[in-house]
Design a protein around this ligand. Structure first.
Ligand code: FCB
Length: 440
């Protein structure tokens, strides 16, 4: 595996988590979220599991920050939960929630780790879901108000901040595919959510800037789309998939435009005068984060727009079935640099593997496939840097096994194994390998 010495001076290594996936949402006075409601509805989540206890990070955060430090990480990417800080999404603040994040940030700084904040990693307060959630344009202001509360309390100690984790998941996956909360399958809801997510990205960025925060970014997830066969039809279908998944949000934020291939389907459903919002959506940021896991194969379908279907190829797969395709990470880093962000620093804000981890009789978890996965993707990052992409850091997803959304606790991405009964933390082989590679 490449190590710190192979990367440019100042390149940062880190680990990422998110609030609902690890904290234990039932603790500390947090309000209900649309993920609690989604999980409680049969058929949405494996065994209808939710984040009520998760890794109990809310109580065990000090041990977890020691694990971040032991990984020799420079930076830790975490999120604040809107519903923990403002249980109704608006108005009253839960002081215990703010205090928790205050301790967490101080705990990171005390260990010499840079706090990288995400303001929204998917647990929308239920009270806002009742009002239409991301479909309601007012969310841009609600989100800015919540951002102000966080900025006021934590802003002076945060190293970097990004408003919304993975706009594609918040928009398309949650409102068109229906696989994530709120589980809608509605094209109009999708168009509006996707646009309002970007608008809220802009209002939150402006709020943080006004509050004196710096090093503000955006975090998009990208998935490489390959034509299933080498035909014009498959290439066209893959291009449409690519536009929806990979070009819509970057295009909105960095170019102030949406791709034609998306507008052909979503255009009629966008809110009136949507073009006027680009002034806010393109509010300058200081860096761009890419989350990358896999590729997909795309071919045409007879159904309505977007007229495509997906298949998986024959590359090695993770335990969810996602193909391992490191070349896609390299190509996305190059594309983002040359087509969207120019000289702006780029970070790989998530990358990692769900593996079939088993604990040996002697209590060790030998996840050599995860080590190989990370190693191959670090090679891809290294090649992109050599090719001129200004990549400045890499975050592993994830520090801990955790609540993997619709997959419940079944799919494990952690460098640290969690026994979800005893909540015992056991660093896996990958943890030790990465700690060695990240050694300062
Ligand atoms: C990303 C999410 C993260 C986790 C990983 C596997 O899409 O940001 O919460 O679920 O995938």
């Amino acid at each position: 595996m490449l190590t710190r010495a192979d990367f440019p001076e100042g390149f940062l290594f880190g680990a990422a988590t998110s609030s609902y996936q690890i904290e234990g949402h039932a603790k500390g006075g947090a309000g209900p979220t649309h993920w609690d409601n989604f999980a409680a509805t049969p058929g949405n989540v494996v065994r209808a599991e939710d984040g009520a206890l998760a890794c109990d990070h809310y109580s065990r955060w000090e041990e977890d920050l020691d694990l971040v430090a032991g990984l020799n990480a420079d930076v830790y990417r975490f999120s604040t939960s809107w519903a923990r800080v403002m249980p109704e999404g608006r108005g009253a603040v839960n002081e215990d929630g703010l205090d928790f994040y205050d301790r967490l940030v101080d705990g990171l700084l005390a260990r010499g780790i840079k706090p990288a904040l995400t303001l929204y990693h998917w647990e929308l307060p239920s009270a806002l879901a009742d009002l239409g959630g991301w479909r309601n344009r007012d969310i841009a202001q609600w989100f800015a108000d919540y951002t102000n509360v966080i900025a006021e309390r934590l802003g002076d100690r945060i190293w970097s901040a990004a408003p919304i984790n993975e706009p594609w998941c918040v928009g398309w996956l949650s409102h068109f595919v229906g696989a994530h909360a709120p589980g809608l399958r509605d094209i109009r809801a999708t168009a509006r959510a996707m646009h309002h997510i970007l608008l809220a990205h802009g209002t939150a960025t402006q709020a943080m800037r006004a509050a004196g925060m710096s090093n503000l970014g955006a975090v998009c997830n990208l998935e490489w789309a390959s034509p299933a066969e080498d035909t014009d039809d498959c290439r066209a279908a893959a291009a449409r998939y690519d536009a929806i998944y990979n070009r819509f949000f970057l295009g909105g934020m960095f170019k102030g435009e949406y791709p034609e291939l998306v507008l052909e389907g979503l255009g009629p459903h966008l809110p009136d005068r949507w073009q006027d919002d680009f002034a806010t959506i393109t509010t300058p940021v200081d860096w761009c984060g890419l989350n990358y896991y896999t590729r997909t194969l795309v071919s045409p379908s007879d159904g309505p727009w977007p007229h495509y279907q997906q298949t998986t190829g024959d590359l090695p797969k993770n335990s969810i079935g996602w193909e391992t395709y490191p070349q896609g990470l390299h190509d996305f880093l190059m594309r983002t640099h040359t087509e969207f962000t120019g000289d702006l620093p780029i970070y790989v804000t998530e990358n990692g593997m769900a593996a079939n981890d088993v604990m040996n009789a002697d209590g060790r978890v030998e996840d050599s496939d995860r080590v190989a996965f990370v190693s191959d993707h670090l090679n891809a990052v290294h090649a992109a840097i050599a090719g001129g992409a200004p990549v400045r850091g890499y975050y592993l997803w994830s520090l801990l096994d955790n609540y993997e959304w619709a997959f419940g606790y079944e799919k494990r991405f952690g460098a640290v194994h969690i026994d979800f009964e005893s909540l015992k933390r056991v660093p896996k082989t990958s943890y030790h390998a990465l700690a060695e590679a990240f050694r300062k």
